[in-house]
Write a protein that binds this ligand. Sequence first.
Ligand code: ZN
Length: 54
Amino acid sequence: MPTYDYQCDNCAKTFSLTLSMSEHDKGNIACPGCKADKVVKLYSAFYAKTSKKS
Ligand SMILES: [Zn+2]
């Protein structure tokens, strides 16, 4: 599952969440620090990680 990076618009905390597409599509992401739902998505690491399997 992809990892999404968010920044809280209320307390400016940044955090990462691993969400399924359906969870992400719901869009009700809450800040783990202050529980506000005013979070901004950061597009930094979207699918950037390549899985190394031997
Ligand atoms: Zn917050």
